[in-house]
Design a protein around this ligand. Sequence first.
Ligand code: B12
Ligand code: SF4
Ligand code: SF4
Length: 280
Amino acid sequence: MKMDKEQVIRELTELFRNTPGNTVGEKDALPGCEGLVMYEEPIFGVSDPADPLYVKFKEKEVIGDNFLGPREWLPGAESVISLFLPFTERVKGSNRGDQEVTSSEWLHSRIEGQAFINAFMRNAKEYFESRGISACVPAQDPRFGVRTTALPENDPKGVHIASNWSERHVAFASGLGTFCLTRGLISSKGVAGRYASIIISGKLEPEERPYTGVYDYCILCGACIPRCPAKAITLEGGKNQIKCRDWVHEMGKRYAPRYGCGKCQTGVPCESGIPLKAQK
Ligand code: B12
Ligand code: SF4
Ligand code: SF4
């Protein structure tokens, strides 16, 4: 069924505004975080499930053969909608300081913020289903999983970590942005934020991607390198997964029940937009 893309985006944005949970309540708040609004309104991208990129993603050096294409998640899929939810200035600003300390605002946005995104995406699924459109949110599907594969000892990536539905790759295919040195995906609203996606049987016009290269929006300025407390990032090797993962796990012990880091996504030229030299 063909759908009016502008109307769908307008109504999903309204749904975002009406889904409770984007503001941290007094009861759950870490000191100073009462009333914190975590996410700005999302930006949207759309791709065609038949896009050859979804076949390419199954290659070992891209994601791997565990990646499931849109029609494996949802038979009859006609569109993939990808969303980027930028953090608010209050969240980003709070994490620009001390390299070793994850800000309370960032921790909230990672944990309560993801719970809010999950609720919003459940509402988005219901929105389509109530209109007779089938929908699947892979991140909330029982089939969703992450696979870790060993790499040769001298490989700067450490290990290959790959989920069977990678939000960044889907966003890349859907015209939202490109990868960068830290492996984050830089959108027109920057890298500091989170991605989500939904596959539907309704037909929406796919986006024309305003880039061709995998790393077009990264200017390789290296500003993220000294930001990383785990020394996980190098200009030559990108981001080492083991060092990053171990640091994020360490933060899980320090800030339990929350965790997070994101120092490489704040206080850098790609934080809130496409760095100047990479703009087209
Ligand atoms: C596993 C995981 C982790 C692991 C491993 C990270 C990783 N990069 O794989 C660990 C624990 C280390 C981690 C850490 C963090 N994570 Co994490 N993580 C995930 C998760 C669940 C899966 C990642 C995945 O599938 N990777 C797949 C592999 C294959 O990706 P890759 O190796 O980077 O891909 C490279 C190759 O494909 C290569 N390539 C080679 N040839 C080709 C050809 C083509 C055509 C293309 C496109 C690419 C390509 O380019 C890519 C980049 O180098 C996703 C959620 C999801 N379902 O997607 C979140 C996710 C990636 N994490 C996220 C975040 C925010 C974080 C943290 C900041 C933690 C925090 N919140 O404080 C850190 C730092 C991440 C960073 N610097 O980007 C966000 C990223 C948001 C963004 N702006 O990009 C995601 C998307 C979650 C979300 N819902 O928003 N994470
Ligand atoms: S800080 Fe510079 S090098 Fe690092 S990801 Fe951003 S644009 Fe790329
Ligand atoms: S999220 Fe990972 S790569 Fe980024 S600064 Fe923290 S430890 Fe380093």
